[in-house]
Design a protein around this ligand. Structure first.
Ligand code: HEC
Length: 161
């Protein structure tokens, strides 16, 4: 939670909503698995609403630099691999604040997304998708979605609307 304080000082209203939304998928799976390690539900090769939405958001906002399906590019690292070595807090820290690598001969910039609502509101979904890729539980391309009736993450999201 230490990180949300940083986030909240960067922006206000929208970030509150994120803090609330972040509890969604965690609550849906609490007691069964550690959400940080497995923030997704996959049954018969079909993914929950959050993971699917994460796939879509990733391909709207991240893939131009990080490559399709989180495979990386010459400009930015493969998040499929990065997520094996990063905690959720570390992931969030980079996305919120961005990062610059200005070492000799290299100028790569990870933009700060703190003010990008379309990203921050769904950052747990993007995390879920990337973590599923890192764990090799979701392949390349668009994943199939669980039917709404069989998807606790979707049910919870619907109830919160
Ligand atoms: C304009 C290009 C660009 C976009 C768009 C972008 N990134 Fe990045 N990102 C980078 C670069 C470049 C780095 C490496 C920075 C460095 O070398 O320190 C990076 C690093 C990262 C890292 C750290 C990876 C590691 O191995 O340490 C994460 C996590 C990350 N980005 C997530 C995202 C997410 C999530 C999105 C979409 C919401 C996104 N990025 C969009 C360019 C981008």
């Amino acid at each position: 939670m230490r990180l949300w304080k940083t986030t909240l000082s960067l922006a206000s209203g929208a970030m509150m909503a994120i803090a609330i939304l972040s509890n969604g998928p965690a609550a849906a799976q609490s007691g069964e698995v550690d959400w940080e390690k497995q923030p997704y539900i996959i049954k018969d090769g079909k993914v929950d609403y959050g993971t699917y939405n994460g796939f879509r958001r990733y391909h709207s906002f991240c893939h131009v630099c990080h490559g399709p399906d989180a495979m990386g590019s010459s400009y930015a690292p493969a998040l499929k691999d990065s997520l094996n070595a990063m905690t959720y807090d570390e992931f969030l820290e980079v996305v919120v604040n961005g990062r610059e690598n200005l070492s000799a001969g290299k100028e790569s910039v990870m933009p700060a997304f703190a003010e990008a609502e379309d990203v921050m509101l769904y950052i747990d979904h993007i995390y879920a998708y990337l973590k599923a890729r890192a764990n090799d539980e979701v392949g390349r391309g668009r994943p199939k979605r669980l039917p709404a009736d069989d998807d606790p993450v979707f049910q919870e999201w619907k109830a919160s609307q």
